[in-house]
Design a protein around this ligand. Structure first.
Ligand SMILES: *Cc1c(COP(=O)(O)O)cnc(C)c1O
Length: 424
């Protein structure tokens, strides 16, 4: 099946009792055992089935199977948020003393997690400039257990050369984790370029309507965890009958990463997604390819419009032909460049605020990937605690406006931007 078809039918199972056409929401905390043997088999992983919704749920299972198919992966695990999907992906590999080499142009929440939470657990993250993939290589040492990057990074909306980073990972036998939130799988499938684990915030374009929070991690099934340096996969797990995840899973060994993530971090830390949120996200996924076409078409039109406007200092968009980012971006993004546009408004922080306050159609809020157009002025909101110097260091200028372009008619989007630029 092609992408658009899988987005509607992948993993869909007809409920045999009701013949419900849509995937039902299984709004239950737990499931009956048929008898004691059935219960024992479920707990011993001898038989697949439902036990308790913290571990999984049939609505969630459809979402996971569908996303794994769309991503070209072997198995997915949906979680409460993109943030928990990232955290669990790291702690599923690393323990105290281990290190991760990550791109430095990360989503703000991920930056804080890597900068302040992971060190509390004894996990060190070395941040490198991803514009040259060799920087990942220079930061690798014998404690490194994973490489991490985003497909399109903040704030410059620069595309990382995933294939080059994945090759470095292969050379050192290290898995590459890619946060592909800004490029849903109809635009880019990092696994096709050698990524081993792909993370998404489902809250953004995949859910697509700004209604629910969710996250997902997909295991490509292409990484060999039997290297003894991955202790969590090679030493017997005393909390799971002495199971060694890289060795004892039989025909499920190829999805050791996804399975361990469900059996250990999810089971015992508990950031599970609700069945209702899975249903909303499935609903969004049905139109993902259609929406991304429009997000990308509108995104490019807005970037080109801003570039030729007198009130604009600069524009960041991966699809602008005269930009230095274009070469790498156009190699990876053949179906569109997505809906994120950043630009500098002339006149600094005052004009930036005035621009935001003058918008009518755009919603002023902290989110991206909604079907509706969104705008934020980082210097007066998300980054307002930073000094001018710190702002400069994180690449956020006082005049920067970040837009998430929606699927409205382009004429209405440009009309709103024009009048707000006039006022600013
Ligand atoms: C939003 C976002 C996250 C975090 O996802 P939540 O669902 O908000 O927890 C992570 N990475 C990127 C690139 C995001 O845009």
């Amino acid at each position: 099946m092609k992408f658009e078809t899988t987005a509607l039918h992948g993993g869909r199972k007809v409920d045999s009792d009701t013949l419900s056409c849509a995937t039902p929401v299984y709004r239950t905390a737990s499931y009956l055992f048929k008898d004691t043997e059935h219960a024992a088999n479920l707990f011993a992983l001898k038989e697949p089935g439902n036990i308790y919704t913290r571990l999984g749920n049939p609505t969630q299972a459809v979402l996971e199977e569908r996303l794994a198919m769309l991503e070209g992966g072997a198995a997915s695990l949906a979680l409460a948020s993109g943030t928990s999907a990232i955290f669990y992906s790291i702690i599923n590999i690393c323990e105290a003393g281990d290190e991760v080499v990550a791109a430095n142009n990360l989503y703000g929440g991920t930056y804080s997690q890597f900068d302040s939470i992971l060190p509390q657990l004894g996990i060190k993250v070395r941040l490198v400039d991803p514009s040259n993939p060799e920087n990942f290589k220079s930061a690798i040492n014998d404690k490194t257990r994973a490489l991490y990057c985003e497909t399109i990074g903040n704030p410059g909306l620069t595309m990382t050369d995933i294939e080059a980073v994945a090759m470095i990972g292969q050379e050192y036998n290290l898995p590459l984790i890619v946060d592909a939130t800004f490029t849903p799988p109809c635009l880019l499938r990092p696994i096709d370029y050698g990524a081993n684990i792909v993370v998404h915030s489902l809250t953004k374009w995949i859910g697509g309507h700004g209604t629910v929070i969710g996250g997902i991690t997909t295991d490509a099934g292409n990484f060999d965890w039997t290297d003894p340096k991955f202790t969590l996969f090679n030493e017997p797990d005393s909390s799971y009958h002495g199971l060694r995840y890289a060795h004892d899973l039989g025909d499920m060994n190829s999805i050791a990463f996804a399975l361990r993530m469900r059996l250990v971090p999810l089971r015992n830390l508990g950031a599970c997604i609700s069945p209702d949120n899975c249903w909303s996200i499935l609903q969004g996924m049905e139109t993902l390819a259609l929406r991304m076409e429009r997000h990308s078409e509108n995104g490019l039109a807005v970037a080109e419009f801003l570039q030729s406007h007198d009130g604009v200092e600069w524009v960041h968009y991966p699809g602008l032909k005269n930009s230095s980012k274009y070469e790498t971006a156009s190699r990876y993004l053949t179906n569109g460049f997505g809906g994120m546009v950043a630009f500098g408004v002339k006149g600094g922080i005052t004009s930036g605020k005035q621009f935001i306050e003058s918008l009518n159609l755009f919603s002023h809020l902290a989110n991206v990937g909604d079907a509706k157009s969104l705008a934020i002025h980082p210097a007066s909101t998300t980054h307002s605690q930073l000094s001018e110097k710190q702002l400069e260091m994180s690449g956020i200028s006082a005049s920067m406006i970040r837009l998430s372009i929606g699927i409205e008619h382009i004429d209405d989007i440009l009309t709103d931007l024009t009048q707000a630029l006039d006022k600013s």
